[in-house]
Design a protein around this ligand. Structure first.
Ligand SMILES: CC(C)(COP(=O)(O)OP(=O)(O)OC[C@H]1O[C@@H](n2cnc3c(N)ncnc32)[C@H](O)[C@@H]1OP(=O)(O)O)[C@@H](O)C(=O)NCCC(=O)NCCS
Length: 190
């Protein structure tokens, strides 16, 4: 099983999770601004359950959503969010696949951190895991997340868009956009 981590970036560490991360993770998941494009904020119990699922995904697959921290001396390695690779737990119409995803505490939006961390995670996925393609999807109304996908050079084809099966018909978040990046396209980026 793979045990390496994505490379640190100019400003960030992508690191393993630790118990001290549970509190900032709970706070991020309870923030309505952060969770605006999800069905609801998470209670502490729901946040801890997600934390446990993330750690279990790492144990099962050798990769996952990595904890993101600011590099010292600017930061103290405290959690500012996550970015990483995961295998969707539901039967995606475009699956099987590996997805890249991100979530940052609101104070850390608008600095380029999600895109910077995602580039390291993509490099890990393509260069270490040798994946042929990495996808990303989000609610169609989540324009900030779609802009990260665009900045990463991911490709959107409207024919791939889909209604998320976990959401009831007509839900404001039901429609989802899908972006794809092949290893070939990644390798040809400047
Ligand atoms: C999605 C999310 C991670 C995007 O965060 P973000 O800060 O907008 O994205 P980035 O980290 O790439 O930062 C880009 C912004 O930083 C700005 N920026 C400032 N300094 C910068 C720098 N040094 N380098 C690059 N960009 C910089 C860019 O101009 C850009 O701003 P703009 O979008 O207003 O033009 C964040 O909104 C979030 O956590 N949302 C909630 C969770 C979520 O919806 N996740 C996705 C679910 S699928």
């Amino acid at each position: 099983m793979t045990v390496q981590w994505p490379a640190p970036t100019a400003r960030l560490l992508l690191r393993a999770w630790c118990e001290a991360d549970r509190a900032p993770f709970r706070a991020m998941n309870a923030d309505p601004r952060v969770m605006a494009c999800f069905p609801s904020t998470l209670t502490d119990v729901q946040s801890d359950a997600l934390f446990d699922r993330i750690v279990a995904h790492h144990a099962q697959h050798g990769f996952g959503l990595w904890a993101v921290a600011l590099k010292a001396p600017a930061g103290d390695s405290a959690l500012i969010g996550f970015t990483g690779l995961s295998i969707p737990a539901w039967q995606a119409p475009f699956g099987p696949c590996v997805e890249i995803g991100w979530r940052l505490a609101h104070d850390h939006w608008g600095h380029g951190y999600a895109t910077e961390a995602a580039r390291s995670a993509l490099a890990y996925g393509f260069d270490v895991l040798q994946l042929g393609e990495i996808v990303s999807f989000t609610a169609a109304v989540n324009h900030r997340s779609a802009r990260v996908m665009q900045r990463l050079g991911m490709h959107h084809d409207a024919a791939d868009d889909f209604d998320h099966p976990a959401l009831p018909p007509g839900h404001r978040l039901e429609r989802h956009v899908l972006y794809r990046l092949t290893r070939q396209a990644w390798a040809s980026q400047p």
